[in-house]
Ligand binder design. Sequence first.
Ligand code: 6LW
Length: 522
Amino acid sequence: MTVVQNPVLPGCYPDPSICRVGDDFYLVTSTFEYVPGLPVFRSKDLASWEQIGHVVDRPGQLDYDGIESSGGLYAPTLRHHDGVFWLVCTLVDQQDDSRGGNFLMTATDPAGPWSDPVWLGESGIDPSLFFDDDGRVWVHGTRLVEEPEWFHQTEVWLRELDTETMRLTGPEHVLWTGAVRGAVWAEGPHLYKVDGTYYLLAAEGGTEIHHAISVARAESVTGPYVGNKGNPILTHRHLGRGVDVVGVGHADLVEDHDGGWWAVLLAMRPYGGYHYNLGRETFLVPVTWEDGWPVFAPGQGRVPAQVEVPTRGDATPGIAQGHESGVIRPGDLRWTSLRRMPAELATPSGDGWDLPIRPATLAEPQAPAFLGVRQQHVDVDVRATLRADLAAGEELGVVVRQSEKDHVRLFLAGAPEGADARRFVAVHRRDGVDTVLGEAVLPGDVAEPVTLTVSARGQDYALLVEAPGAEPVTVAVADGRTLDSVATGGFLGLWLGVYATSNGRPTATTAHVERFEYLPVS
Ligand code: 6LW
């Protein structure tokens, strides 16, 4: 057996969806406003996951312009049928619900290229796909009920997909509104057929402390679905806020090649108080069947810290599992930017990037000159060696990012011609308001390289400047408790990255990211 630690994907990898093709498992997660979107992982043993690509990986495939933080790509579903990978997902614009919506993409190779989107219509989120034995294909999803009996009442709808026209067809069926009357946000539905019975798995309770997983079954795909009397079949809601793992929900099931069953799901790990800066992460849970119902984490009833999976070959953990330490080079699939592909914003150069400065700032839902990676470890240093001949009003720095409204940055400030000192400023943008946390002035020319470090230790995020030959200077220490989604709202964990901006002015300056190191401390 191989022992794997939970979470199997640490950092912001929520809403996992999984399928198996022969010996290989494939998994995708949500990415919101970050691009490339929807990372695709492959595993032989459910323990070691290698990222093989992204579903959304080219300019123009989807339009993210103006989409605010925690909008964008929500929970995807990945399935395989007759040699083709199918993915359904939702592009959410919180300001304009006439835009985006549910879409379908296909690929023969899950590493890509994936097709352009086919828009499916139907309101709501969390679409899923089910291929029945009779050749019929069914799309289901979640939406708020139009005339609700209770606050945040949702319904799971089902319609057939005509695979000739790729349009939804026939009547709509409402399958589920939650395991109990009053359940909020019955969502993340997935249908399966096991031994001739149809099963509907769905989360409910909202993706925070009350998150839970329930199951219902039916003799026909269209229902009626009858809930398991033991619902919810997995939750940590009754354990309170003081446990190591909270918010367990949004699960997807897969059968392995030996007839064993597994669920992937999301949950959060609070630390330093009730805050989960790493966001909603992907966990693995064993599943058995009793009396025609799935039993999650049998004998334990909660998400195990470690899971034993059958050993299959000598798979090694992938870089997205947080075992790598060192320079993150261009081409590494961990790099993401905001709303535009990294290749549209920057050019690989040696170990780093040339990053043309853009007028956009981190405070607007635009595509600023930003490149970053998920914070996957509680204790980690990110060291960026940066260089640019900045004009007055321009900034080049590092950022701890939650959203447009909430982030902390440390930057080298552009100086007037002939200045003989460099000014470094740490700013905390909290709920849309900037506050200067600290400043440091070092001798030297603005165009000289400098290393800026974010040093996270628990909820303390120290921001440091290192000039060649000088001791590091701590410019400020920000409180991480103000940056996670418990404090700010939204669906995201934190990103650590580099950015540059001319603060709205036209500019021809190019910044150079000479090196970007991600160094977990353990
Ligand atoms: C997602 C919903 C949820 O669409 O959060 O935990 C939303 N579940 O199912 C965004 O991740």
